[in-house]
Design a protein around this ligand. Structure first.
Ligand SMILES: O=C(O)c1ccccc1NCC(=O)[C@H](O)[C@H](O)COP(=O)(O)O
Length: 259
């Protein structure tokens, strides 16, 4: 069965030949460590807030999409990092959004895309990323190791994403990432289930910063993750569909869910 990841990766392979690498980094602002920022978060868990116009599971999330304004609102609510979807075909993102955001805010910026080739790692650094996502499900062990090493040499943190035990085993037997993201979304059904984080967190060494990704909407969700000693959360839809980002953060950490 062809999954959404298979379709995305096919498209990425097509796009590779037309990818033009800027000759130098497009932003002057220094690189910042996403890992340090999460570890020093002002909130009980480090928040990676996502700039995502649309997604395969939910379609368009907002018609009022101003990426820099959204990123500035994330900075003002004390996000530890900002994840920027740069994929155009499935998420209506763009590399230009990341460059513009990096120039305007001081939060570390994660490039959220489906990287399969070393040219895309270099490209991420040139457009202004502080950190990149590497998805274990779409990379062979040797590729994962090479792309991870390359990113670290370029001064970027790496969030390595896993969905299950076998992907986690592949990751931990080949690299020691700064950050591991457990994605709670089942990519066949698009359902999210936070017990994915519960299942996998016991195998992740404490020195690795653990992020729970996807399907986080309420204080109930966050309370469950806090019990699991997760260090951070990556939240897209919840932020993108809320008019008041401060109220949304308060509802995750500080205000009880309505009965
Ligand atoms: O969001 C999707 O529908 C999706 C589908 C297929 C592959 C990846 C997908 N999302 C990427 C992400 O990891 C999420 O944007 C991120 O974890 C935030 O999730 P959420 O808070 O549920 O929007």
């Amino acid at each position: 069965m062809t999954t959404i990841l298979d379709r995305i990766v096919e498209k990425k392979k097509e796009e590779l030949s037309s990818l033009i690498l800027p000759s130098e980094r497009l932003v002057t602002r220094s690189k910042y460590s996403l890992t340090d920022s999460i570890r020093n978060s002002q909130h009980p868990l480090g928040i990676i807030a996502e700039v995502k116009k649309a997604s395969p599971s939910k379609g368009i999330l907002t018609h009022d999409f101003n990426p820099v304004a959204i990123a500035k609102s994330y900075q003002s609510i004390g996000a530890a990092g900002i994840s920027v979807l740069t994929d155009q075909s499935f998420f209506q993102g763009h590399a230009d959004y990341l460059t513009a955001i990096k120039s305007e805010v001081t939060n570390p910026i994660l490039r959220k895309d489906f990287i399969i080739h070393e040219k895309e790692v270099s490209y991420s650094e040139r457009i202004g990323a502080d950190a990149i996502l590497l998805i274990a499900a779409i990379l062979e062990s040797s590729q994962l190791k090479e792309l991870h090493t390359q990113a670290v040499e370029l001064g970027m943190d790496v969030l390595v994403e896993v969905h299950n035990e076998s992907e986690l085993e592949k990751v931990l037997s080949h690299i020691t990432p700064h950050l591991i993201g457990v994605n709670n979304r089942n990519l066949s059904t698009f359902d999210t289930d936070l017990t994915t984080t519960k299942r996998l967190q016991q195998y992740i060494p404490k020195e690795i910063t653990l992020i729970s990704e996807s399907g986080i909407h309420s204080k109930n969700d966050v309370d469950k993750l806090r019990e699991l000693n997760v260090n951070g959360i990556l939240v897209g839809e919840g932020f993108m569909t809320s008019q008041n980002k401060q109220q949304f953060v308060d509802s995750l950490f500080y205000v009880s869910d309505k009965k």
